[in-house]
Design a protein around this ligand. Sequence first.
Ligand SMILES: *[C@@H]1O[C@H](CO)[C@@H](O)[C@H](O)[C@H]1NC(C)=O
Ligand SMILES: *[C@@H]1O[C@H](CO)[C@@H](O)[C@H](O)[C@H]1NC(C)=O
Ligand SMILES: *[C@@H]1O[C@H](CO)[C@@H](O)[C@H](O)[C@H]1NC(C)=O
Ligand SMILES: *[C@@H]1O[C@H](CO)[C@@H](O)[C@H](O)[C@H]1NC(C)=O
Ligand SMILES: CC(=O)N[C@H]1CO[C@H](CO)[C@@H](O)[C@@H]1O
Length: 437
Amino acid sequence: MAVLHLFVFCGLLSLGSSVPPVWLQPEQVHISYPGVKGSMLITWTTLDYTESMVEYGLWGGKLFSLTAKGNSTLFIDGGSERRKMYIHRVTLPDLIPGAKYVYHCGSEEGWSDFFFFTALNESISFSPRFALFGDMGNENPQSLARLQKETQAGMYDVILHIGDFAYDMHEDNGRIGDEFMRQIESIAAYVPYMACPGNHEWAYNFSHYKSRFSMPGETESLWYSWNIGSAHIISFSTEVYFYIEYGLDLLFRQYKWLQKDLEEANKPENRAARPWIITMAHRPMYCSNDDKDDCTKFESYVRHGRSDTMPHAPGLEDLFYQHGVDLELWAHEHTYERLWPVYNYKVYNGSIDAPYENPKAPVHIITGSAGCREKHDGFIPKPRDWSAFRSTDYGYTRMHIINSTHLYLEQISDDQSGKIIDSLTMIKEVHGPEAWL
Ligand SMILES: *[C@@H]1O[C@H](CO)[C@@H](O)[C@H](O)[C@H]1NC(C)=O
Ligand SMILES: *[C@@H]1O[C@H](CO)[C@@H](O)[C@H](O)[C@H]1NC(C)=O
Ligand SMILES: *[C@@H]1O[C@H](CO)[C@@H](O)[C@H](O)[C@H]1NC(C)=O
Ligand SMILES: *[C@@H]1O[C@H](CO)[C@@H](O)[C@H](O)[C@H]1NC(C)=O
Ligand SMILES: CC(=O)N[C@H]1CO[C@H](CO)[C@@H](O)[C@@H]1O
């Protein structure tokens, strides 16, 4: 009885004041490179509406001497509660390449902690360092601690998250997404956190992925490309091959865009400046895992296309091969696998002694073992001819684009306390389709 009274009393009180709680505190801060020279895009969330501002300044200079304004969009989760939140976006313009900045974001009604980042060095002779991985959840994110320390210590210029976030962002009416974005703030607020969609983002037509991330271009972060150092990086969605109920036209739009982007990147002046073409997308064309995933079959949709759609959906292996893509980064399998240079199931080593020196086909890396609640995947006992190295350890990959001819990759094992368990240097004196001859 007493409880009931109290309840009624409180109810009256809150009716009386008639002011619902407002949540204007910025959270889930992350940054991305918008593909425009000298800029950085800051994205964050508030639960109620407020302005979008970033105050920033050069590291070591007067704090927050500069201000940039932006916009927010209302995002309504598709779950039963129809939870709403505002996603704020502010682009910082005219940054000095290579300079370090300190920033906080929010509005006069609430500010975030402060963070720092280095504006990208936009020289084609810049040698960027990346951490890359896929399939990291907010439960069991095995690689996160090491990535937090290494990112804040300045080891990386960019992070690539190759699909599958949070497991899943839409769960618990989007609260799992919020929790995950808070969790990665410790890395994603410091270096551009570049993403592509994975199958775990399927809910409500990928709305959490499209709303929460801010990748370059006008395609809701689904596919885009950008340049860094001597590389042209292309990110795309493999999910257009699988969730065709959301629109087969998306698959064709993406395919046409890929064609155009690859042609542009292969113009002699462009390929000379940015000889490395690197793709990133979630589901691999090849894998030797023992689950029933698409890549375990001979004719993966991503590799070979779909003949059960009308019109038939073209695959991507030929397109990438014809345009001389150097390196293809994938995830989805909760393992690490390195392939010999491969095209159409055939190995095309540079030579037996130096397979990655002037390889005669693209090189594939599958790195989806950063850790999530689904734990590990397994491998078939006998690796295929094109499989060079495999590991079921949790971990992530480091990539260093040294210069126009040398690119270095290494795999870190979390199970073995950060040990480097695999590495390779790709050497290419010739890039483009003529490299295959
Ligand atoms: C960018 O990187 C190049 C190559 O390492 C270097 O020579 C140049 O000084 C860097 N620029 C800035 C502004 O740090
Ligand atoms: C799904 O999203 C895409 C891209 O935002 C859009 O083009 C498409 O029409 C949507 N499909 C459905 C069924 O809502
Ligand atoms: C490719 O190179 C590796 C390493 O030398 C070797 O084990 C493999 O047999 C080679 N494959 C072919 C088809 O030459
Ligand atoms: C690229 O770096 C490697 C390793 O440091 C070096 O041997 C090579 O000569 C460099 N290539 C160019 C084109 O500068
Ligand atoms: C669509 C929209 O409202 N755009 C605005 C976003 O913020 C910038 C900077 O304040 C404005 O110039 C745009 O008009």
